[in-house]
Design a binder for this molecule. Structure first.
Ligand code: COS
Length: 381
């Protein structure tokens, strides 16, 4: 029997996340968007609410959120501010490889750190010459006794300047292409690891993306996650899980813009009537409402499949693409419906519009998602 209702606990969690987004995040979202400062105090509060360490299992003393819990929470946080959502949910992205390939000891060690203080973990896969083609990364990890010596450069590392540790993908066997990749946890402060320049961005300005430079950075071999050569599969399985979370962020931004546009359409009077009375406006809002609902359903489905241990490469890619394309479409129309006000920094519509764009790009561009979907349907999945 299909039941799309949230449990009483999930409804409470959704309400808690919404109140946090509305009362803590929204009031300062414009400030951090303008300054590009790092909202440390907001992240401290997110940690106190259990949102920053959400994937840490209950057995370790964490909130132990399921993937469905995650997408419900993250829709609300992104509704509050996409940049803060990106920074907060980076912990889910960076810790997914631990759940996929980490030993019990590794999970306990690294996940427990997120419970001790408001700490961040960061995911380091992309490189200046390897974004969509993740299998072609050039960072190497050469085994020398009990350590790997890492050399190379990572980019777009979310939260990288502030992270406590990084899940890094590097080539342990450069002759084997994608099959030569391994994943490992690299603690902040490792000698030979240097945090590089921070990216100045169009949107998501409350989050931080940096370059990481490795110059003979020695990482204990015991920090490797899974087998040597298993790194590409770990990265792909991670993205299968977290693309549903990006989708929920897209739904949150879309909903935020839609609510602004709807309110404006109902209250803005021109030619003696609210502009909602024009079908050009009301039908447009009807279409946007329909797409937001559809995006949320795809998102919940992909997350539910992760919770059930099912392969969801196709559903996760579909959710990510549909939800973030919807976010772009809704935010574009919201600016239009709000007119001059929508283009002004007095209104959040222009922020939502800038924020939506990145969601079509990160964690795999929406073109790459279509490639994933095409591969899956070709193979009859
Ligand atoms: N789960 C498990 N294994 C997977 C997988 C998945 N979802 N997807 C691929 N693999 C495995 C394949 O089975 C294959 O295994 P074998 O070597 O044993 O045959 C291997 O990985 C290579 O797969 P494939 O040939 O499909 O890889 P491609 O190099 O063609 O790349 C894409 C596939 C484009 C989908 C991948 O590179 C990708 O997702 N790129 C985007 C990366 C991205 O999102 N970057 C942003 C990072 S977040 S900041």
């Amino acid at each position: 029997m299909l039941d799309l209702t949230l449990t009483p606990d999930q409804l409470k969690l959704q309400e808690k996340a919404h109140v946090f987004a509305e009362q803590v995040i929204r009031p300062v979202s414009r400030h951090y968007d303008t300054t590009g400062d790092w909202p440390e105090e907001i992240f401290r509060q997110a940690w106190e609410h259990g949102f920053l360490q959400s994937p840490v299992p209950k057995e370790l003393g964490g909130p132990g959120h399921s993937q469905v819990d995650e997408v419900v929470v993250n829709e609300e946080i992104a509704w509050g501010c996409a940049g803060m959502y990106t920074a907060i949910s980076a912990n889910t992205l960076a810790t997914a490889p631990l759940f996929i390939a980490g030993s019990e000891e590794q999970k306990k060690h690294w996940l427990s750190r997120l419970l001790e203080a408001p700490r961040l973990a960061a995911f380091a896969l992309s490189e200046p010459d390897a974004g969509s083609d993740a299998g072609s990364i050039a960072t190497t990890a050469a085994r020398q006794g009990d350590v790997y010596l890492l050399n190379g450069t990572k980019c777009f590392v979310t939260g990288g300047a502030y992270a406590d540790y990084y899940t890094v993908f590097a080539k342990t066997d450069p002759t084997k292409g994608a099959r030569g990749l391994s994943a490992m946890v690299v603690p902040q402060g490792t000698p030979g690891l240097r945090i590089g320049k921070s990216m100045d961005k169009l949107g998501h300005r409350a989050s931080n993306q940096v370059f990481l430079h490795f110059e003979n950075a020695a990482v204990p071999a015991e920090n490797r996650l899974g087998a040597e050569g298993a790194g590409f599969g770990i990265a792909m399985k991670t993205l299968d899980q977290t693309r549903a979370v990006v989708a929920s962020g897209g739904v949150g931004v879309a909903r935020a813009a839609y609510e602004l546009a709807l309110e404006h359409a109902k209250t803005r009077v021109q030619f003696g009537q609210p502009i909602f009375s024009n079908q050009a406006v009301s039908f447009l809002l009807a279409d946007l409402a329909m797409k937001i609902e559809a995006a949320r359903l795809l998102t919940w489905q992909a997350a539910w499949m992760t919770d059930k241990g099912m392969r969801n490469s196709k559903q996760s890619a579909m959710a990510k693409t549909f939800a973030t394309d919807t976010a772009m479409e809704v935010t574009t129309h919201a600016v239009q419906i709000l007119g001059g006000l929508g283009y002004s920094r007095e209104c959040l519509a222009e922020k939502f519009f800038r924020d939506a764009k990145l969601m079509q790009i990160y964690e795999g561009t929406n073109q790459i998602q279509r490639l994933v979907i095409a591969k899956e349907i070709q193979q009859g999945r």
